[in-house]
Each structure stands twice: as structure tokens, then as C-alpha cells.
Design a protein around this ligand. Structure first.
Ligand code: AMP
Length: 281
């Protein structure tokens, strides 16, 4: 497995692969890899000749210094996960190399980034779209795979790729869950034992909403207040949002009459978790 630490080396290698007519597949991550990430790698592997994974905890997408400082990291285990997954190359840049002194350029997708996670995390999506653009220009993928766990991120990336005419196929992969239903996340490692149990209420709230819709409850207000009750009863340290939106337009829904996705962000102990689920039939 090849490991590249600078954009120049990574890009030279990608240009070589391109010149050989090989199709580059890409899975961008922030490391502390789990089975959600490896599922994305497997999906990407089917669609490419050369599989590249980036590991970069992107400082400019964090609006909170302690969240950035406490984000879990484990380079050694990540490299071993990538090796086992048959990754051809890992791109592992440093923050200083990504954003050297004098760095001034940002990519901004409007409107759809000011709702949901964008409403509470100022500048978060600007950080995501900026780093993805830089990663694309360095890794030069023909295909990139993203998880539906970060549903809004996937929608924003699809919009950006279309708006900027980037020649990349964006593939979404369903959320990978623990056996009990909790969405896998690097942040789960920071949950204490009781918070880990309580956090499962996010999954239960989403599941209950889907069951209620199937039983004929279409009022978004009612579905949301039920979900809120479930999560509050489990001792959440604060609900950031619970919303029901159209999965394509991300417009808010008052009634579940067509495609509908429920989105939840809630704190358990020191950790902010997000999850989402299709609740319409
Ligand atoms: P992260 O390292 O959390 O930035 O995630 C890197 C990629 O993995 C993103 O496309 C995420 O949506 C995806 N991902 C993270 N957790 C999961 C999961 N549980 N299931 C599916 N994809 C995931």
C-alpha cells in the first residue's frame, strides 16, 4: 500500500494512473476507521481500478476547537484497516500542508448548507466542500463514495459536483449500523457506557417514526414531537434538531405525503451524534 503525505506526490501518482487508463476510486475520510468506512471502500473497489482513501481531520470544517482537539485518531490502526481492505494508496496530508500560511480560497454551496447541520455548525459545509475540491484535484478520482449517514453532506457534494462540472461520479452508500441499530461513527468511541445505551434512542426515534408513518400518521409535527420525547426521555444532553424533509430537495415537510427523510442531531454526554432515516413507504 502506498502512502502519500503531500499533494504534489499524490497528484503525480494519480496523473500517472490516469495516463495508464486506470479508473481511480476515492473514499475521503477523517480516519478512526470503522466498518462504515470499509463498506464504502468495498463499494468503491467494485467501481474502480485504483482505490485511494484519504485520512484527514479537516480543521476548517470544525466550528468548535475542543471538538477538533478531541476528534479520535489512530494512524496505525487506520493503515492496517486500509491494508486489509485492499486500498492501493492512502493520502494522509498534514493540516499545514493542506492550508499553508496565505491560504485564501474557499468553495461555498448556498442555501442547502444553512439548514440542518449548517444551521448550528457555522462554516461546516464550506470546510467540507473546500477540502473535497482540493482532494478531488489532488486524487483525480473518476468515482467517489460517500455515506448516507451524512445525508446532507452527500446532497451538498452532489450539488457542488454538478454546479462546478466536476467529472466525478458520486455514489451514496446506505448507513452501516451496529447490531443494535446505532449508526457507526468515529465519534461513538467518545461515548461513555451509559451514554452509549442512551444514544440508541436516536435510532429508536427514527424507527418509531417510520412505523408510525406506516400506520397512517402523516403529521410531521406529531412525528417530530414523538421523536423528541423518545430522545429526551433517554437523557440527551440537548437536541440540536429533529426535522422531516424531502430527501432530494431537502425542503421541510409538514405532512408525509411523498418521499420523506427524518434527520436528527442530538448530544449524549460530550458527543454530538447525527443520524437519518427514510420514514416514508
Ligand atoms: P468521516 O470519517 O466520519 O468523515 O466519514 C467518511 C465517510 O464515511 C463519509 O462519506 C461518511 O458519510 C461515511 N460514513 C461514516 N460513518 C458511516 C456509516 N455508519 N455508514 C456509512 N457511511 C459512513
Amino acid at each position: 500500500m502506498e502512502i502519500y503525505k503531500t499533494a504534489k506526490q499524490m497528484q503525480e501518482r494519480s496523473l500517472y494512473w490516469e495516463s495508464q487508463g486506470w479508473r481511480i476510486g476515492f473514499v475521503p475520510t477523517m480516519g478512526y476507521l470503522h466498518e462504515g468506512h470499509t463498506a464504502l471502500m468495498r463499494e468503491c473497489r467494485k467501481r474502480c481500478d485504483i482505490l485511494v482513501v484519504s485520512i484527514f481531520v479537516n480543521p476548517i470544517q470544525f466550528d468548535n476547537a475542543s471538538d477538533l482537539a478531541n476528534y479520535p485518531r489512530n494512524e496505525e490502526s487506520d493503515m492496517s484497516v486500509c491494508r486489509k481492505a485492499g486500498v492501493n494508496a492512502v493520502y494522509f496530508p498534514t493540516p499545514d500542508a493542506m492550508y499553508p500560511p496565505g491560504y485564501r480560497t474557499y468553495v461555498d454551496v448556498h442555501e442547502m448548507t444553512s439548514i440542518l447541520c449548517g444551521a448550528s455548525r457555522a462554516g461546516h459545509f464550506r470546510g467540507v466542500t473546500t477540502v473535497c475540491t482540493k482532494l478531488y484535484n489532488t486524487v483525480r478520482p473518476a468515482v467517489a463514495v460517500f455515506g448516507e449517514k451524512d445525508f446532507q453532506q452527500l446532497a451538498v457534494i452532489r450539488r457542488m459536483v454538478e454546479d462546478l462540472n466536476l467529472p466525478i461520479e458520486i455514489v451514496g452508500h446506505p448507513t452501516v449500523r451496529e447490531k443494535d441499530g446505532l449508526a457507526m461513527s468515529s465519534r461513538n468511541a467518545r461515548l461513555g457506557a451509559q451514554d452509549r445505551i442512551n444514544a440508541l434512542s436516536i435510532y429508536h426515534a427514527l424507527k418509531n417514526a417510520a412505523v408510525s408513518v406506516a400506520a397512517g400518521e402523516f403529521d410531521a409535527g406529531k412525528l417530530i414531537s414523538d421523536a423528541r420525547q423518545t430522545i429526551e426521555a433517554a437523557g440527551s444532553a440537548g437536541i440540536d434538531y429533529i426535522e422531516i424533509r424531502n430527501p432530494d430537495s431537502l425542503l421541510e415537510l409538514e405532512r408525509v405525503e411523498g418521499p420523506a427523510q427524518m434527520f436528527i442531531a442530538a448530544h449524549f454526554g460530550p458527543v454530538r451524534l447525527i443520524d437519518n432515516m427514510k420514514i416514508s413507504a
